[in-house]
Design a protein around this ligand. Structure first.
Ligand SMILES: [Zn+2]
Length: 121
């Protein structure tokens, strides 16, 4: 069976277990793979950092309650958070690093800061 190089698509000659025609093609392929996954990580991290900055600024200004629309208007992205902590009474806090919030009804949220070390299970 004819095998094609994963990088350039040329037919591979020789051993059938080879995936690339040359070392250069293997390097190209792996570099591209790393770059793509690094870009993804960088983009997600950027969103998380932006969310954290927004929460941190509000918290530092003394704000403890804010409407979700106001948070959204500041550029907050509710899809991205680092973790969720559920307290013993069932309240869920969404965190971006050490800043988090819980929903208090009527689309308002309450801000919270928790720098304590988190134990992962
Ligand atoms: Zn190739």
């Amino acid at each position: 069976m004819e095998k094609k190089c994963l990088d350039c698509g040329d037919t591979i000659r020789g051993r059938t277990d080879k995936k690339f025609c040359t070392d250069q093609c293997r390097n190209n392929y792996n570099n591209r793979l790393n770059r793509d996954s690094n870009n993804f990580v960088r983009n997600v991290h950027g969103l998380l950092r932006k969310n954290r900055r927004i929460l941190a600024d509000l918290f530092d200004e003394g704000r403890r309650s804010i409407h979700k629309d106001a948070l959204f208007a500041l550029g907050y992205n509710f899809s991205f958070f680092t973790h969720v902590i559920e307290t013993s009474d069932g309240t869920k806090y969404h965190y971006c690093f050490e800043y988090g919030y819980r929903e208090t009804g009527n689309d308002f949220i309450e801000l919270k800061q928790n720098s304590q070390y988190i134990e992962y299970q």
